[in-house]
Design a protein around this ligand. Sequence first.
Ligand SMILES: [Zn+2]
Ligand SMILES: [Zn+2]
Length: 144
Amino acid sequence: MTDDNKIVIRERSTPSKLRYASQKLIEMHDQLIDRGVDKQRATLIGIALHLESMAQAAESSAGPNLTPGFVNEPGSTSELLPAEILAAIDVPPYLSTACDTALRVEPADVPDATGWARLLHARCRLNNKFTGAPCPCTCHGREA
Ligand SMILES: [Zn+2]
Ligand SMILES: [Zn+2]
């Protein structure tokens, strides 16, 4: 690696900048494949993976949405599959991760298990975001 290939990462880099830098390192790595510099190549891959994990960490602390570009508030249909796909597949019963976790927390021997469970039930997104299948948890006051 020569000095004019320098990549500067500032502390407040956004995930997309980190991913760009990571991609550049992987390109450098690929250019070195036939040169017999295994140690330097391993270092490049190591740094690239580190930048990728920094990007993921930055995204996960950015907000409650797991998929960048999508807003998944309860009942949101932004990621619902098209009707022809839904008609062609079996949709299994869906218990949301929030309510599933709540039902496990409720009987746990921990301080304020009921309070934690109530918080989790309140975080349920009500429908499977891809299939629209409703969460049958009794906390929603519907028939199971
Ligand atoms: Zn529930
Ligand atoms: Zn639920």
